[in-house]
Design a protein around this ligand. Structure first.
Ligand code: NDP
Ligand code: 2IT
Length: 451
């Protein structure tokens, strides 16, 4: 970074830190994106004069509200809910809802900021937002989940709409929760409209949406490998998480001839040297979706598999690593272990799973590294397609949507390769994704003047 840019960037980050005290995840995400953007806009004064980065790094609004619900023992429980509407320059706010005890305003602000760039990269007209609650769904009964979702929507409904803000799922929010929230929105407003995505196909959901994030990440991996005349066949993969993204990434990895060695949850990871094939993946899906079980049970069910309590899977030797659980789940030492063990590609199914120091290790080692905002964009892209189908009151079949997802991921890869070209056929995917995502949003904002 040239020295003039460096001082601009340093000053900018000091301001971000001052205005967002203690919001470490948000500051981390802004830093990761902005270092590339300040280089890119060095000779583009129009972006500086219009304070574009400053504006994107200040959410349009953060709505915070009380969510009161009654548990099965008739205790009154109080949680906090949020919706962060980061930027709607290129389309309605769009992004998931997360229910997890670790949710804070900082986490949701980082996710909404990242989502703005990710959604731009898809090429679809989608702004960036994120919401959620510190509500912990673990161990809750189905009726408790329903009552919480209804109570959450009883406040959220006034801030969203098909042309305003369209939430979807994320950690702790899948098809069941979307159903309860959609039902409550419809009950309150009396309107059936495409206000949420990730719905079941019976009431306006899109085929391929559950699979889209995990499958899309593997399609992105395939593009990266093809760019180096390589492919997935025979590659071993270490995957973290055991939820929507992880299980579908495992599924497509297996379908394309790869071998998945691990899955994890917040208690630890399982290592299966025989490979986690489709039958075992289906077992994990039932474990998580129907029984609410723990991944440790996998080791009791399948011989040769071992459970590693309290550990993450990054020390297991592999060709490819796919962090698909949560933010900051892969640190500098773990990144070094992956590189030392011969890993050639890291593809982020989760949002910001690698720490800034970890990213530096991958960059220095010159291995393939795809940031979440590019690699996991398949989910929100198919959400965008769900919005189109709802608006037109039509539904496309699985085959057509599968083809559209494949093309969308190829297109995102091409954009990264164009803006992240560092010579010798090599691509800096972080830089490529950041710049390509930024450019569309920034140019739209310039067109609006000072708003
Ligand atoms: P799920 O709730 O389906 O699964 C989350 C998985 O990650 C679970 O196995 C969970 O384990 C584990 N996990 C969650 N928090 C932690 C934690 N603090 N430490 C360790 N493990 C944890 O969520 P998704 O699969 O939908 O989301 C996973 C990641 O992918 C998130 O980063 C999300 O933002 C991102 N993402 C999701 C998209 C989607 O379409 N769903 C789209 C793009 C990105 P446990 O059960 O023990 O909590
Ligand atoms: O992080 C993400 O991109 C998501 N959780 C999906 C968002 C969406 O609107 O489908």
């Amino acid at each position: 970074m040239p020295s003039s840019q460096h001082s601009n960037f340093t000053e900018f980050m000091e301001g971000v830190e001052k205005r967002n005290p203690g919001q470490t995840e948000f500051i981390q995400a802004v830093r990761e994106v902005s270092q590339d953007i300040f280089d890119y806009i060095e000779d583009k004064p129009e972006y500086h004069e219009a304070q574009i980065m400053r504006r994107i790094a200040e959410p349009d609004r953060v709505v915070s509200f009380r969510v009161c619900w009654e548990d099965d023992d008739h205790n009154i429980r109080v949680e906090r809910g949020w919706r962060v509407q980061n930027n709607n320059a290129i389309g309605p706010y769009k992004g998931g809802i997360r229910f997890h005890s670790s949710v804070t305003e900082s986490v949701l602000k980082f996710l909404a900021f990242e989502q703005t760039f990710k959604n731009s990269l898809t090429g679809l007209p989608l702004g960036g937002g994120k919401g959620g609650s510190n509500f912990n769904p673990r161990g809750k009964s189905d009726s408790e989940i329903m009552r919480f979702c209804q109570s959450f929507m009883t406040e959220l409904y006034r801030h969203i709409g098909p042309d305003i803000d369209v939430p979807a799922g994320d950690i702790g929010v899948g098809g069941r929760e979307i159903g309860y929230m959609f039902g409550q929105y419809k009950r309150i407003t009396g309107r059936w409209e495409g206000v949420l995505t990730g719905k079941a196909v019976e009431y306006g959901g899109s085929e391929m949406r559950p699979e889209a994030t995990g499958y899309g990440a593997i399609y992105f991996l395939r593009c990266m490998l093809a760019h180096q005349d390589n492919d997935i066949e025979g590659k071993t993969a270490v995957i973290s998480g055991a939820g929507n993204v992880a299980t579908h990434a495992a599924e497509m990895m297996t379908q394309l001839g790869g071998k998945v060695l691990t899955l994890s949850d917040s208690d630890g990871f399982v290592h299966d040297p025989d490979g986690i094939d489709q039958e075992k993946i289906d077992w994990v899906k039932r474990l998580k979706n129907e029984r609410g079980g723990r991944i440790s049970e996998y080791a009791d069910e399948f011989s040769n598999a071992t459970f590693h309590e309290g550990e993450r899977p990054w020390n297991v030797e592999c060709d490819v690593a796919l962090p698909c659980a949560t933010e900051n789940e892969l640190n500098e030492d773990e990144a070094k272990a992956l590189v030392d063990n011969g890993c050639i590609a890291v593809v982020e199914g989760a949002n910001m799973p690698t720490t800034l120091d970890g990213i530096k290790v991958f960059k220095d080692a010159d291995i393939l590294y795809a940031p979440g905002k590019a690699a996991n964009a398949g989910g929100v892209a198919v959400s965008g397609l769900e919005m189109s189908q709802n608006a037109e009151r039509i539904s496309w079949n699985k085959e057509k949507l599968g083809d559209m997802l494949t093309e969308l991921m190829q297109d995102i890869h091409s954009k990264c390769a164009e803006h992240g070209d560092v010579g010798d056929g090599k691509v800096d995917y972080v830089k490529g994704a950041n710049i390509a995502g930024f450019k569309k949003v920034a140019d739209a904002m310039l067109a609006f003047g000072v708003v």
